[in-house]
Write a protein that binds this ligand. Structure first.
Ligand code: NAG
Length: 401
């Protein structure tokens, strides 16, 4: 029934206005699924990490969670092994969006790598270069991507937004740049409205209006490169409700896209990744709202003392925000059941130490201490640095050294 509703809507949108959702009619749906499968088939363990494909996959609804997991693993491995120093700001931004789309926290790729912090610095460099040279260190397209990713992560990007808005009014952006700037400025616009901030709102709105008109004109007159059409459609879909236009026919544009798909134009996985989101009515603004569980993880926590005094073993399952350090698990357990899971800490030159759990205290003369495990593996980090993963089993065993 759902696809029928869409089909009816799209007939209407052809005769009335572009403000209706512009998505695929029911009888063409299989073409989209096929395109997605083709794209997924390119992902193999040896392939280089591809954040664009991961984003497209998640926006379209991953058909195969193995492919999604593989892509996430490839992305993380690249970041950890090669670092972020040689990556451009836009690459980092794409990685942030890709991780977000898979419900991963880009602030904690590892305990020590926050891609969001890296992106803040690289965006700052872009802006400094822009103010001294009149152009960003890389490109306006990348600055748009940076602004979008940071905005979705809740970072204040007003400076970048003002720069983008000014440039959008001063010069003609290419289609891709204009569309990316539209997505970024829409994110900022929505946040400003929500926070009841008006200082830069007018400038952002004016830029969005101008960009929308430019993109619309290009799509109407068929002057958009076929590979830029996906992003153009995303941009139009986020601005068409606030800036309605009676001219553009979404169904005509889609018909053109379908002809191209059946001719194999989008068989290249990157080309497919560019067009897929718009075909299912999604945009890069949606990567943050893909129905991730509200950022919580569950950890099984067991405390054991078979060494001294009254022996005990207790287990509890606690839920903590994703990215929390182990100490948060101890706190949650204490809060849920203080009778067994109370603990004491001491600040030492090694960092915070757990000196007592369930009234069983470490003792230097006796050479006893609380040893922590992830499953059966001893932890090599303290409770303030170690970040447990979802469904992990953390064990604390009273031990001797
Ligand atoms: C904990 O151990 C499991 C199984 O060995 C491993 O997959 C996981 O990455 C470990 N967790 C952390 C945060 O290192």
């Amino acid at each position: 029934m759902f696809p029928w509703t869409l089909a009816v809507l799209c007939v209407l949108c052809a005769v009335t206005s572009a403000s209706e959702k512009c998505t695929v009619p029911a009888d063409q749906r299989s073409l989209v699924t096929k395109l997605q499968s083709t794209m997924e088939s390119y992902i193999v363990p040896q392939s280089p990490p591809n954040p664009s494909i991961l984003i497209a996959l998640n926006l379209a609804g991953a058909q195969d969670s193995k492919t999604e997991k593989l892509l996430v693993a490839q992305i993380k491995e690249r970041i950890i092994k090669e670092g972020t120093a040689t990556m451009t700001s836009g690459e980092v931004a794409l990685y942030v969006l890709a991780l977000l789309s898979s419900c991963e926290d880009p602030k904690h790729v590892t305990a020590h790598i926050s891609l969001v912090e890296v992106l803040k610095l690289k965006t700052e460099e872009e802006l400094i270069h822009l103010s001294s040279h009149g152009k960003p260190y890389t490109t306006f397209y990348q600055l748009g991507l940076d602004t979008l990713a940071l905005c979705l992560e809740g970072v204040d990007v007003n400076d970048a937004a003002v720069s983008l808005a000014k440039m959008a009014l001063a010069k003609d952006f290419s289609m891709d740049t204009g569309a990316m700037a539209t997505l970024a400025l829409t994110c900022v616009h929505n946040r400003l409205v929500k926070a009841k901030q008006s200082r830069i709102l007018a400038a952002v709105q004016e830029a969005l209006n101008t960009l929308h008109q430019q993109i619309l004109r290009a799509v109407e007159t068929n002057t958009v490169n076929i590979y830029s059409l996906g992003l153009a459609l995303q941009a139009l879909s986020v601005t068409s409700t606030s800036y309605p236009s009676g001219e553009w026919s979404c169904s005509q544009t889609l018909t053109k896209v379908f002809n191209e798909i059946s001719q194999g134009t989008f068989n290249n996985p990157m080309a497919a990744a560019q067009i897929l989101p718009s075909l299912v009515g999604k945009t890069y603004l949606n990567v943050n709202r893909l129905g991730c569980f509200p950022d919580k993880i569950t950890v099984e926590y067991t405390i054991i003392n078979y060494l001294r005094g009254q022996h005990f073993m207790y287990t509890i399952f606690v839920t903590v925000p994703k990215g929390s350090v182990l100490l948060a698990v101890l706190q949650a357990a204490d809060q849920a059941n203080p009778q067994y899971f109370s603990y004491k800490t001491e600040q030492t030159s090694w960092g915070l130490m757990i000196v007592s759990i369930n009234y069983c205290a470490a003792n230097a003369n006796d050479k006893t201490y609380w040893k922590f495990y992830n499953g059966t593996k001893p932890l090599d980090q303290g409770v303030e640095s170690y970040i447990p993963a979802n469904n992990e089993h953390i064990m604390a065993e009273f031990s001797k050294y």
